[in-house]
Design a protein around this ligand. Sequence first.
Ligand code: NDP
Length: 684
Amino acid sequence: MTTPLQLQSLVADRWIGAAPKQALRSAINGRVVAHTHDEALDFAEMVAHARGPGLKNLLATHFQDRARVLKALAVFLMERKEQLYAISAHTGATRSDSWIDVEGGIGTLFAYASIGGKDLPSSNVLHEGPPMRLGAENHFIGSHVLVPRRGIALHINAFNFPIWGMLEKFAPSFLAGMPCLVKPASATSYVAVEAVRLMMDSGLLPAGCLQLIVGGTGDLFERLEEPDVVTFTGSADTAMSLRSHPNVLRRSIPFNAEADSLNCAILAPDVTADDPEFELFVKEVAREMTAKAGQKCTAIRRVIVPRKLIGAVGAALKARLAKVTVGDPALEGIRMGALASHAQQADVAEKVALLAEGNMMLLDGNKGFAPKGEGTDQGAFFAPTLLMCPKPLANERVHSVEAFGPVSTLMPYDDFDEGLHLATLGRGSLVGTLATKTPALAAHAVPTFAAWHGRLLVLDREAAMESTGHGSPLPKLKHGGPGRAGGGEELGGLRSVKHFLQRCAVQGSPTMLSAVTGEYQRGGAVTESDIHPFRRHFEDVEVGMSLLTHRRTVSEADIVNFGGLSGDYFYMHFDDVAAKQSAFGQRIAHGYFVLSAAAGLFVSPAPGPVLANYGLENLRFVTPVAIGDTIQARLTAKRKIDRPPRDDQPAQGVIGWDVAVTNQRGELCASYEILTLVAKRNAG
Ligand code: NDP
């Protein structure tokens, strides 16, 4: 790239910005890569656009529609990922660093598309059951629904992962139906701008659902309202100042922060220098110090080891770090690139100087350090640096000062609980690793460790075979930690979509709650189906359509035959004396017989639109079925999940059927939901 890019903000679906302001320099050679723009943004217009057309367009779709958009967007971006890799290189990232940002970000879109497709309804009301009975006769029940907040999501991102950081926030909030205002960190905003341009070029996003702010947020915080949400990644200090903005406090606007933390890795006392866990531990620490040049919110800053092994761990780490070649990632063999900006380089140097006071410098990579590559003397490089703190209980600084680069401090403990205590001195972290080979030590450590962490990796030789590593937040697992780590929570599968929805408890009759939730609630009014519901195609089944079956009297022969068939001769079914002495006072039918008999009552045997029964949920055997009891089943369409078409399958959807098996006294014997795949009318 020769001519610097002129960055633009995306305001009300228009790109704005022609006058250069701040020069953003390549982390590799200091050349100007881009300029931010000088034009002031009209935040009133941005907010009005998001609240108006943005919200309207998003709410004209439902969860399933939006999941499909996310998938298509992920495919679109993946096909153009090289454009993103190319621009990401200016941030000093190696190809594997950029992989985390580019493909990690796109992978998060795929993950949320899949979560939405599997777990969310074709509506904008998510029922969070099960409902609870609030009256003795089941005329009054209560449950929870989650609905779009009808506000906007402001996402403020850090400089280190301009794409992943944006997409991991965008995906769940878009799925939840919130228009997003994204503010990337200025230093690497040129990467975020490129990603947003591609997202808009896809033509997949409804107008107004995404706007981009290059530069400051002006009076935006004043314009936030009660239904809005702010998410933030960056320093603890900025998090504190923004979350305590009077308008945020006054209106109780949810503020989710993910801030810097001093994550640790602990080597348990059972591990010797000859154990595989020792090597795994050292490898993990070295990887976390050098991946993305240590600019990961999850990087290991504190390395807590038994005193007797501190020399061995120090030597092994130094040996590994010495092999890390630092320089321009475009060159062959370079393992670590630069920090993202010159400001970051100065900041890390300053923090290392603070940490060095009273501690030993085990590896001062920056002495006589010359990164490889042309022009890199003007780049923002910093060599791996390892310190050793001999008295970590007496040194507050090593637990509070974060050098956001390839820097860690080694510290000894005398007994394991002291080691765990050292971990807690970080006052809340995103992630911690415990390397041990002893399950009892893991069980002992995790309760203490977990209280101060958002995620834990227990590393041993077995897990190492497939471990995704200390530093990788996964879309389906929670990311975010307590205290210093910001106290927020991101990712975690459906949990993070729920952060962008409003939960409300709803009370009323089962009939009303069926209508409200879009799911049949037991006890609510049903529509007796004139033809067997299993003979209807997906589109023709309505929630609440129901079939009351014929009856069947259970005989001793049924129990004997079922025992013979299944091999289940449990005393309750076959030992008259023991059964009489039991709480039931008599022999009873197998629960699985009741289940099978109910299927015999409600299936429609001839070929039809029901393609498969793929399981059941929430099975409970409530009242036992004795010899001579007469059972009957009610099958009611409980919920429908539309499935996007796939080339390899006939068009179909999922229908969950509520099944209630009752006896001659009307008592509930078995209760469950069966899940079926049902063909659509036009299925091939
Ligand atoms: P900051 O907290 O300064 O910035 C984070 C984001 O907040 C950026 O987008 C920044 O924008 C924005 N911001 C800053 N001030 C305001 C404000 N008053 N109003 C609105 N937005 C604002 O962090 P840095 O990026 O400077 O990094 C500093 C330190 O944060 C690092 O050294 C590291 O310790 C930590 N950090 C933690 C990360 C994590 O993932 N947990 C990631 C990155 C950094 P702008 O860039 O335009 O100022």
